[in-house]
Ligand binder design. Structure first.
Ligand SMILES: NC(=O)C1=CN([C@@H]2O[C@H](COP(=O)(O)OP(=O)(O)OC[C@H]3O[C@@H](n4cnc5c(N)ncnc54)[C@H](OP(=O)(O)O)[C@@H]3O)[C@@H](O)[C@H]2O)C=CC1
Ligand SMILES: O=CC(=O)O
Length: 296
């Protein structure tokens, strides 16, 4: 399949897709790109990409196509709608959806693709804008093993490690569990920063102390300083983090897993969206904690 031949289609040039497609180009892949807002293809074309006018046109041209789209409704639309992936998928063609969606969405796409003879894996990623630019993502793949193996040269460009997790749905679930934990941690950090400042401590000292102890982690180290400076340039948009909390909570509902911490974190992300912060970085949830503090 074409991933081996270093030729891929790429659907979705948002924060992640643009960085990932650029990386593939830099590493010698021929890439044919499509984005709903077609003008976002221009920069990629300047860097050597070809353009497909529709998802169907990309799939027609390429033996393997990667998608990186915002949410379940975008992932479904690009496959099932007019001029979508299904119109051209057929035997010998592969489709790799790297968007963060729920297992049901992924299963629907898998069934539709495979019923037309195509091959499918889901492969959501852990890691944000910078890891995407640096080819340091963690890839959580599941589905047809043969396609996974054929995708390894591309995954080696995009990520520092890829996991094969078995049947379709397992990649989606793993990603949601990871992001549920991340969203809860972001809320804990936000509350810690407010508690530190309000009780007379220097929040910069808090970050230094955290970084030297058992709960040190790259997210606190990277986001803490920008949060203190009220700077929320989006790497991971807050609206997507809230989508992931919602989908993780639905997974908890299905499995009767009680998750009060995640539920509270989801409320904070919802509040942040209602404050108009959805397009900012997910660390802007800090603003909701500050608002609550000022109200008390
Ligand atoms: N940013 C991050 O740090 C990470 C994000 N993710 C996940 O990766 C995915 C992409 O994230 P990111 O790049 O940040 O998101 P962006 O919001 O930057 O990009 C979203 C992309 O989806 C497209 N899109 C949205 N709705 C539709 C639709 N109905 N039909 C077709 N295309 C659509 C957008 O097109 P258009 O340009 O026209 O709006 C754009 O290309 C999400 O699932 C996210 O949860 C995973 C790991 C890290
Ligand atoms: O999904 C977001 C991430 O940082 O991973």
């Amino acid at each position: 399949m074409a991933v081996e031949e270093k030729e891929v289609g790429f659907l979705g040039l948002g924060i992640m897709g643009k960085a990932m497609a650029t990386n593939l180009l830099r590493n010698g892949f021929k890439v044919t790109v499509w984005n709903r807002t077609l003008s976002k293809c221009d920069e990629l074309v300047e860097n050597g990409a070809s353009i497909g006018e529709t998802p169907a046109a990309v799939v027609k041209k390429c033996k393997c196509t990667i998608a990186m789209l915002s949410d379940p409704s975008a992932a479904l639309s690009v496959v099932f709608d007019k001029d979508g992936v299904l119109e051209q998928i057929c035997s010998g063609k592969g489709y790799i959806d790297m968007s963060t969606v729920d297992a049901d969405t992924s299963s629907k796409i898998n069934e539709a693709i495979t019923s037309r003879g195509g091959h499918f894996i889901e492969a959501p990623v852990s890691g944000s804008k910078k890891p995407a630019e640096d080819g340091q993502l963690v890839i959580l793949a599941a589905g047809e093993k043969a396609l996974y193996e054929e995708a390894i040269p591309a995954f080696n460009v995009l990520g520092k490690r890829s996991f094969y997790l078995g049947q379709v749905g397992n990649g989606a679930k793993m990603k949601l569990v990871v992001n549920m934990i991340m969203g809860s941690m972001m809320n804990a950090l936000s509350e810690g920063l407010v508690l530190a400042s309000t009780s007379g401590l220097d929040p910069w000292n808090l970050l230094d102390v955290l970084d030297l102890g058992a709960i040190a982690n790259p997210m606190f180290k990277m986001k803490g300083p920008t949060m203190i400076q009220n700077s929320y340039s989006p790497a991971f948009p807050l609206k997507h983090q809230q989508k992931d909390m919602r989908l993780a909570l639905a997974l908890g509902d299905e499995n009767a897993v009680s998750m009060p911490v995640a539920a509270a974190a989801n409320e904070a992300f919802k509040k942040a969206r209602s404050m108009g912060l959805g397009d900012l970085d997910f660390s802007a949830v800090f603003e909701t904690v500050k608002v609550l503090q000022h109200q008390s």
